[in-house]
Design a protein around this ligand. Structure first.
Ligand code: GLA
Length: 377
């Protein structure tokens, strides 16, 4: 059974009374522009119609009571203690806002949702952005979108990953039926309306999260930074990642060269993709999506067997315009642009083959571009 906001509110009523705040917080998908955000590049994400729901009120107890409906687990949080799982992020949020919350006040929260966890669709960012928004409303802190963004990023970095800003930015600022062209050099944006007609974006969750994914992600961040410095040592005019052009690649070698080659090409693909999305040229957009996968697999080396298997199968189908790994990689999900009419039969065939190859039950679902954080009043 899929969790809804109603489930959270009903349980909150039973446990604590009427909630003062009710929020729906979406996850994010990314059409193209992967591993470009922390390299001052372009990304083209949208918020999806899968959510984490929150019901919450202030409390006079010493510690905050947080109940996860999906895990059927209750945690009492003291922001100065160390936690694992969801409590780690929520304690981080309480801690960064600690000084803004007067006295010894705490909160009661019930949360749950239909946003798969660990599928590379930003459940941890949704949790942090959502909980910070909950706290802002409960304690009348009037945090701006920009403040929530910065705080969420700092909480997540505190949990160990040197991530970029794409996920949190999308969850906070997204709009229905639009993708966001986000320029991570100066955080400027353009909303890109789109209508895929007989096509839809579909997410295929590998249900794997390979070991050391966080370490490998942080390694990529470091390699790109050192490549930039190497270029700058020779070309003083290269002020930032964006100023790196194809002719600078000759100043690099080995992995540094491959990683930056991916970033330069991927940025170009994003800008072309915006035009194709706007004009509804699904076939050409799909080809760019396929190229992005090959580049992430071969040059950036963040794919894995499960992602490659799914992407290759989908790319071989006439009714699939394109498919690629999405998010940080080493597991997580594939995003595909495919016709709606035979989506089910293709997905079922893939699920059988995936089960035979990896003994994992594939999960898949259509996603539609949705609004960012939504409050129910
Ligand atoms: C993760 C990070 C994002 C981004 C992607 C890769 O989702 O949180 O900031 O770097 O990986 O594009």
């Amino acid at each position: 059974m899929e969790m809804t906001l109603e489930h959270c509110v009903d349980l909150f009523n039973n446990k604590f009374g009427v909630p003062a705040v009710q929020l729906s917080v979406p996850g994010r998908a990314n059409i193209i522009g992967e591993h470009t955000d922390y390299n001052q590049g372009f990304v083209l994400p949208f918020a999806i119609d899968k959510y984490i729901f929150f019901a919450a009120s202030k409390s006079d107890e010493i510690s905050s009571q947080i109940y996860s409906l999906n895990l059927d687990q209750s945690v009492s949080i003291d922001p100065d203690k160390r936690y694992e799982g969801f409590a780690k992020f929520m304690a981080g949020c309480l801690k960064v806002l600690g000084e803004n919350i007067e006295g010894d006040q705490s909160v009661n929260v019930v949360f749950g949702g239909n946003l798969p966890i660990g599928a590379g669709i930003s459940s941890s960012s949704a949790l942090c952005c959502g909980f910070l928004e909950v706290l802002s409303r409960l304690f009348e802190l009037n945090l701006s979108a920009e403040e929530i963004l910065k705080l969420a990023i700092s909480v997540e970095r505190g949990a160990g990953v040197e991530g970029g800003i794409m996920d949190q930015f999308t969850i906070i600022n997204a709009k229905e039926n639009r993708a966001i062209l986000l320029d991570c050099l100066d955080d400027s944006i353009k909303y890109v309306p789109f209508d895929l007609k007989e096509y839809s974006f579909v997410i295929f969750d590998t249900k794997v999260a390979h070991n050391l994914a966080d370490t490998a992600y942080n390694d990529r961040v470091k390699t790109c930074r050192s490549a930039l410095q190497r270029i700058q040592a020779v070309e003083k005019s290269v002020a930032n990642f964006r100023a790196i052009k194809r002719n600078h690649l000759q100043l690099l070698e080995g992995k540094e060269r491959e990683r930056i080659e991916h970033v330069v090409n991927e940025n170009e693909r994003v800008l072309v993709a915006v035009d194709l999305l706007e004009s509804g040229d699904v076939q050409s957009l799909g080809k760019l999506i396929n190229q992005s996968h090959a580049s992430l697999r071969d040059l950036y080396e963040v794919s894995c067997n499960e992602l490659d298997f799914i992407a290759a199968f989908l790319q071989g189908k006439a009714s699939v315009a394109g498919a690629r790994m999405m998010g940080g990689g080493f597991g997580g999900s594939v995003i595909a642009l495919m016709r709606k009419d035979n989506l089910e039969s293709i997905a079922k065939e893939l699920a059988l083959k995936y089960k035979a190859a990896f003994n994992i039950q594939l999960r898949y679902f259509r996603v539609n571009p949705s609004d960012g954080i939504i409050e129910r009043r």
